[in-house]
Design a protein around this ligand. Structure first.
Ligand code: ATP
Length: 452
């Protein structure tokens, strides 16, 4: 059974070093978290799995890594300055402020029904750029990674000679001044997104929207999420974002409820249309704002030698929500009988922060320690990820720790290893807890087969 309360995860994350509250020693910064020694590994592994599936395994996607600081004009013409806001209500009694669409006409803090009318609250972080902070020169921390993909569209097309259909993928930080950050890393103010903008011929959008929905569901299954814990929500027409023609949300059963993990939107030609110059020549289908500032035509030659502004399908996931989802799914409390139990994180092996722990049976035995170092360095060369020397010296504690952090294999170096030929070690499997002996000389092949 996966985690049923957020507290189970929050406690494991802090205890073992996955995720900490930011600025903990000063009481924290609300809606901001730091990833610890194991969290950084898990997060990097999830990002690598996305990049591999979305860029390397395909022949129709290129990558991008754009800046976080964003020119005000980009977010003006994208529509964010005008519309990127949540309607907010204030409680007249306790002075709390809440998202109007999150409450049912009642203050969630004090229960009062005396609320103000909803007012828009802009979610973007504005910042002064340059030495003088007089309000004349400012930009934003990007609220999504997508906009730079649109503004760099022409450069990518020109430098790669891409034809439709093709996509541009990006992973990076985004910032939103969420009114009510909550549920651990589910809704935060600084987070990471992995977004693909997939450019297609107008008219092929509905077909590609379905293809991407199926592709992305399969990817989440490959990360270990169970189908029965997921839901596909089709946004009703009246609730669609201003840019979207249709949108699917992949939802997951988080400890706090079934909520959005990834959105897959049909953004039509809205974004390129808004950022292009010479809009009147472009046969745009979207209702775009006039743009006298853009210096580029954001179009591409199609197979019939016609210039078109492509439509866009956008699968957009939150990396932090992804980390939370895979941890929720993997978290298992196991009853071992006779009053014993263990917590084990049954992460898919490609996501595990540590792939192999090398454990000395006796920490103060030089020969055993030397052998551990040697084995660790050799296994590292396989390129399977982090191989860690576990230095606690107490074998029971070491197994317990590695179960909890999801290490798929533990290798124990004992007296038999250093005293008998051929040299052998014990390998213990995280999920079955079964142990067997493998010759040291066979370890590289054994692990290559297991992990690659
Ligand atoms: P929500 O309705 O939950 O506020 P959204 O629909 O505004 O999310 P999008 O703009 O579609 O979200 O962003 C795409 C993805 O980015 C989301 O599916 C989510 O995984 C992630 N995301 C968005 N806002 C946050 C946040 N404040 N904290 C963590 N992840 C976020």
């Amino acid at each position: 059974m996966p985690a049923t309360t957020m507290d189970q995860l929050v406690s494991l994350c802090k205890r073992r070093g996955f995720i900490y509250q930011n600025a903990d020693i000063y009481g924290g910064l609300q809606g901001v978290y730091d990833y610890g020694p194991l969290g950084v590994e898990l997060k990097n592994n999830l990002k690598a799995a996305w990049w591999r599936a979305m860029v390397y395994e395909r022949d129709d996607v290129e990558g991008l890594d754009a800046a976080i600081l964003t020119n005000q004009k980009v977010l003006h013409y994208s529509g964010h300055e005008d519309t990127f806001s949540d309607p907010m209500v204030d409680c007249k009694k306790c002075k709390g402020r809440f998202r109007a669409d999150h409450i049912n006409g009642k203050c969630p803090n004090c229960g009062s029904t005396e609320l103000t009318e909803p007012r828009p609250f802009n979610l973007m972080f504005k910042t002064a750029i340059g030495p003088v902070d007089d309000g004349s020169s400012f930009g934003y921390l990007r609220p999504e990674t997508a906009q730079a993909i649109f503004t760099q569209f022409k450069n990518v097309v020109d430098s790669t000679s891409r034809k439709l259909p093709f996509g541009i993928a990006q992973i990076g930080k985004s910032f939103r001044n969420e009114i009510t950050p909550r549920n651990f890393i589910f809704r935060v103010r600084e987070f990471e997104q992995a977004e693909l903008e997939f450019f297609i011929e107008p008219g092929e959008d509905e077909k590609w929207h379905e293809i991407w929905k199926e592709t992305r569901i399969q990817w989440w299954l490959d990360q270990g999420l169970k189908k029965e814990h997921m839901n596909i929500y089709t946004t009703p027409k009246e609730d669609l974002a201003h840019y979207a023609k249709a949108c699917y949300d992949i939802e997951y059963q988080f400890p706090h409820g079934m909520e959005e993990l990834e959105g897959i939107a049909n953004r039509t030609d809205y974004d390129l249309g808004n950022h292009t110059k010479a809009q009147e020549e472009m046969n745009l289908t979207s209702h775009c704002h006039a743009n006298p500032d853009s210096t580029q035509k954001l179009c591409i030659m199609d197979d019939n030698n016609k210039w078109v502004v492509p439509f866009v399908i956008e699968p957009s996931m939150g990396i932090d929500r992804g980390v939370l989802a895979v941890m929720t799914e993997a978290y298992t409390e196991e009853d071992l009988g006779e009053g014993n139990s263990r917590i084990v994180l049954k992460l898919k092996k490609h996501l595990a922060p540590i792939k192999v722990a090398v454990i000395p049976l006796k920490k103060n035995n030089e020969q055993i320690m030397n052998k551990c170092h040697e084995i660790k360095q050799n296994l590292l060369k396989l390129g399977i990820g982090r191989v860690a020397l576990e230095n606690t010296g107490n074998i029971g504690k070491a197994y317990r720790r590695h179960d909890e952090i999801g290490t798929p294999l533990c290798i124990t170096v004992d007296f038999e290893t250093i005293e008998q030929q051929p040299e052998s070690v014990t390998i213990r499997d995280r999920d079955t807890m079964e142990q067997h002996r493998v010759n040291v000389a066979d370890l590289p092949n054994y692990l290559r087969e297991y992990f690659l």
